[in-house]
Design a protein around this ligand. Structure first.
Ligand code: ADP
Length: 260
């Protein structure tokens, strides 16, 4: 293939024979490139709020006694908001590295997905007081055990439902459904938002990929939420499906196998 690189090693065997080892370098090169892109992106994301914080602190220092109450208050609020952004980014960076490290460890504990989702919804409703949103939950009466990591499944549900709350139109509900399909269970989260154009759909789970960067930042997004969802889904043999229609809304579903 174009650009493909090989490493060759030759070992001498007894009797004058030679053994040749060929390994494909391109996969290693691609992984190296991804890692360095990730470090560059993460550094850039951290540098932006940090520059704002340093700028406002310097301005406050220069103003000394001149800064009046309201202005000082405004600057301090900006510093607090930017520091919060950095904090969320660090939390998401730690999550993604933990989830990646765990990706080949199959979960062995039976968990109740409906109970996990119920708890996540309650936490979101408590914390989203400034953006109140009606969450319609249809989780079914029966408990459907699957093998999973409770904290990671809670985080996955949190990321998908909070996106629907962030990107849905004000005053419209978010619907969370859990439906059993034979030996599988499907979690779907639907919103009535602006939707996503089809050409963006395949890239949404890439780290730091955002359709509208300014919008994501203004609602407190880090661009890592769906990348975390993808890794947690894969660890649980979940199939991720994103359907969206511009002007109508988005439905994100993950289908998991139930415990045998
Ligand atoms: P972010 O922290 O920016 O929300 P995510 O990884 O969670 O990052 O999502 C990536 C991007 O996908 C978002 O920036 C947004 O553009 C888009 N997106 C995710 N969920 C939705 C949704 N429910 N409706 C519309 N756009 C969405």
């Amino acid at each position: 293939r174009p650009g493909q690189r090989w490493t060759m090693r030759v070992a001498a065997l007894s009797g004058g024979d030679r053994m040749i080892f060929l390994s494909d370098r391109s996969a290693i090169d691609a992984a190296d490139r991804m890692r360095s892109d990730f470090v560059a992106n993460a550094s850039h994301e951290l540098r932006t709020p940090l520059a704002a914080i340093l700028g406002y602190v310097e301005t406050l220092q220069d103003m000394k006694g001149e800064a009046d109450g309201p202005m000082r208050h405004r600057f301090l609020s900006i510093i607090e908001r930017e520091a919060g952004r950095m904090q969320q980014l660090v939390i998401d960076l730690l999550s993604i590295s933990r989830v990646e490290a765990d990706r080949f460890r199959r979960p062995t504990t039976p968990v109740d997905l409906a109970a996990i989702i119920r708890k996540t919804i309650a936490q979101l409703q408590d914390s989203e007081a400034e953006r109140p949103r009606d969450i319609v939950a249809r989780l079914g009466a029966e408990t459907q055990p699957m093998l999973g990591d409770e904290a990671q499944l809670g985080q996955m549900a949190h990321n998908i439902i909070s996106n629907a709350m962030k990107y849905g139109r004000a005053g419209t509900p978010v619907t969370v459904e859990l439906v059993r399909e034979g030996s599988r269970v499907r979690l779907s989260v639907s919103d009535e938002g602006d939707g996503i154009a089809p050409d963006h759909l395949p890239r949404l789970t890439e780290r730091f990929y955002r359709v509208d960067e300014a919008r994501s930042r203004s609602v407190g997004g880090t661009g890592l939420g769906l990348a975390i969802v993808k890794h947690i889904g894969e660890r649980h043999q979940g199939l991720l499906d994103i359907e969206s229609e511009l002007g109508k809304g988005t439905r994100i579903s993950v289908t998991f196998p139930l415990a045998a």
